[in-house]
Design a binder for this molecule. Sequence first.
Ligand SMILES: Nc1ncnc2c1ncn2[C@@H]1O[C@H](COP(=O)(O)OP(=O)(O)O)[C@@H](O)[C@H]1O
Ligand SMILES: [Mg+2]
Length: 272
Amino acid sequence: MISVDFFNQRVCRYHLVYMPLSPGLHKEEQMKLIGRGATAEVFDCGDGTVCKLFIPGCPVDAVKREYDNACLMEEMRLPVPKAHKLATLDSRVGIIYEKICSESALDKLAAGESVDGLMERFALLHKRIISCRTRQGMSYKQFLLSCIGRKTPDKEALYERIECLPDADYLCHGDYHPGNVLVGGDGSWRVIDFMNVCYGPREYDAARTFFLLAQGELPQEVQSTEESLSIRRRLAALYLEKMQLDYQEIEGYLCIIRECRKYETPPARKEV
Ligand SMILES: Nc1ncnc2c1ncn2[C@@H]1O[C@H](COP(=O)(O)OP(=O)(O)O)[C@@H](O)[C@H]1O
Ligand SMILES: [Mg+2]
């Protein structure tokens, strides 16, 4: 396990801490992999913290953005794990977070817990997030533009449509789906994964969640079948109902999110 002292060094914000490993031991022998997402692997450090190590090549700026967003959400008293500091390991950049002992809301859905009850709580937490106001970080338009990359002739129309969207200052998580909500044994709900946090209209963030529930990519090991697609569509519709939103209110954003998604790549491969 990584030594606790190492994390107690006084470091300024953004100071990248090199995580030394004991000689002769592989990383896997010292840190236990406890989670994996599209952009990172999450390791238990054994001292009440985890290290979210981003995929090789992930730009440091994107990781700093996630760290800043995590701090912003904590300042807003939202239920998030504390982001302690940035770190590097084997030339990969990571963030040391407070460890949350829990299952994700997605695990709970997969285990057959009441879909209605889970979606009720899921929507309640989302409403709480998108009721916060901020102009810190990126606007949702800047985020969407950064997803589609350089303005080439084929993207001109999409660029214009994004620029004409309304402005607003509600906090948007940008990747709010059941895999990014952790439910503790004590029943507490916490949200994770802050790289796409931005500000904009509340309906934009709801449209993004609707899209992720209905059509977002599945983990590699999960097969997409007609049946699973139909379940996901019903889940998305239930989410919207719990958010007390009509499809018409999110439709415009949904079209743009779908279009942008075609160009979205993990941050490591994104054009800059
Ligand atoms: N603070 C944490 N405490 C415990 N487990 C975590 C924590 N953060 C992430 N995880 C686990 O790691 C998985 C991937 O983390 P996530 O931040 O969503 O990565 P990605 O950005 O790649 O999606 C989560 O689904 C969860 O199982
Ligand atoms: Mg995630």
